[in-house]
Design a binder for this molecule. Structure first.
Ligand SMILES: NC(=O)c1ccc[n+]([C@@H]2O[C@H](COP(=O)([O-])OP(=O)(O)OC[C@H]3O[C@@H](n4cnc5c(N)ncnc54)[C@H](O)[C@@H]3O)[C@@H](O)[C@H]2O)c1
Length: 278
C-alpha cells in the first residue's frame, strides 16, 4: 500500500526537539498508520547549531528562520517545540500558510492567544494537535519540591476505588478496589503496557515495558565507541564463550543428572581449545 508522506518542518530542536525527532523517526517502526512522517526540515536561529542538530537527528534540511520553513511548499506539517511565548505567532502563521500544526504544551500564554490560534486553524481547515503526551490532574512544581525530579503524578479517588500514576514509574498503575475482601484490600500494581492496554500492542510483547527499546540504543552506543577505539566492548565474544560454557554444562547436567565441573576460560584461546579437545 502506498503510504501518504507527511513532510514535517519542526521549529526548535533542543529538549522537545529531540523527543519529537525520535518519535517521528520511530513511529513507522511500531504503528501501521496510513500517513507517515518525513523528517523534511528543522528551523533554529543559530546556523551552526541547527545544522548540527539536523545532521544528528536525521532531518533532510534546515533553516535559520521559522518563517522560511512556513513559506516552503515541501512542508505539510509544522511541529512547534519552542518556548511558550513563541507558539501563537508560529502556529497562526503556519495555519495561514495551510500547514497542519502540532504544538507543544501549553498551547499559549493566555486564553485570548489560544482562541486566536484555534480560530486560525479552524479557518484554514488544517489538522491541529497539542502535545499532551500525558495529562495530569494535579499541579506540582517539582523544582520547588526537593527530591522530586519529574514527579508528575495523578490520583483519582472514587466510591468504588482509586487509581494513581507517577511519571517516574510510567509503566505502572496503582489500583485500589473497594470490592476486594476486607483484610486483603490495598493498592495493587498493574503493568499498564500489557498488550490489552491502549497503544501498547504496537510496541512489545507482554512484560517488555516501554523503555526496553532504549537498552538497544545503549548497546549500539557501546558498539560504535568500540569501533572508534578499536576495543571490543563488554560483553563481547569472550563473554559469549564463557556464557556458552555454562549453557553446555547445563545440558550435560540435565542428561547425566550429575554436577558438571566448568572448564575455565581465562582468555587464552589456543590453550582453552587444546584443553577442551582433550
Ligand atoms: N510534552 C512534554 O512532555 C514537554 C516537556 C518539556 C517541555 N515541553 C514544552 O515544549 C516546549 C519547548 O520546551 P523545551 O524544554 O524543549 O525547551 P528548550 O529550551 O530545550 O528548546 C527550545 C528550542 O526552541 C528554540 N527557539 C526558541 N525561540 C526560537 C525562535 N524564535 N525561533 C526558532 N527557534 C527558537 C531554541 O533555540 C531551542 O532549540 C515548551 O512549550 C514546553 O512547555 C513539553
Amino acid at each position: 500500500m502506498n503510504k501518504k508522506q507527511v513532510r514535517v518542518g519542526m521549529v526548535g530542536y533542543k529538549f522537545m526537539g529531540k523527543a519529537h525527532s525520535h518519535a517521528f523517526r520511530d513511529l513507522p517502526f511500531y504503528f501501521d498508520t496510513e500517513a507517515v512522517p518525513v523528517l523534511q526540515a528543522i528551523a533554529g536561529r543559530d546556523a551552526a547549531g541547527v545544522r548540527e542538530a539536523a545532521e544528528k537527528m536525521g532531518w533532510a534540511s534546515w533553516e535559520t528562520d521559522w518563517r522560511r520553513l512556513i513559506e516552503r511548499d515541501d512542508i505539510d506539517l509544522i511541529a512547534i517545540v519552542t518556548p511558550n511565548n513563541t507558539h501563537a505567532e508560529i502556529a497562526i502563521a503556519a495555519a495561514q500558510a495551510g500547514k497542519h500544526v502540532i504544538c507543544e504544551k501549553p498551547l499559549a500564554l493566555t486564553v485570548g492567544q489560544a482562541l486566536h490560534m484555534l480560530e486560525a486553524v479552524k479557518k484554514a481547515g488544517v489538522v491541529h494537535m497539542v502535545c499532551h503526551n500525558y495529562r495530569l490532574g494535579v499541579f506540582e512544581a517539582t523544582r520547588s519540591s526537593r527530591g522530586n525530579r519529574a514527579g508528575n503524578r495523578f490520583e483519582i479517588n472514587g466510591e468504588k476505588g482509586s487509581i494513581r500514576w507517577d511519571m517516574e514509574n510510567l509503566n505502572h498503575l496503582q489500583v485500589y478496589l473497594e470490592e476486594d475482601e476486607p483484610g486483603l484490600q490495598g493498592f495493587r500494581t498493574i503493568s499498564c503496557t500489557e498488550v490489552e492496554h491502549p497503544f501498547a500492542a504496537a510496541y512489545w510483547p507482554a512484560g517488555h515495558i516501554i523503555g526496553y527499546e532504549h537498552t538497544f540504543i545503549n548497546l549500539l552506543a557501546e558498539m560504535m565507541n568500540g569501533i572508534s577505539t578499536g576495543v571490543s566492548p563488554s560483553p563481547n565474544f569472550e563473554d559469549g564463550v564463557r556464557n556458552q560454557i555454562v549453557l553446555e554444562a547445563v545440558e550435560q547436567s540435565v542428561q547425566t543428572g550429575q554436577w558438571v565441573k566448568l572448564p575455565e576460560y581465562t582468555g587464552n584461546l589456543p590453550s582453552f581449545k587444546e584443553q577442551s579437545m582433550r
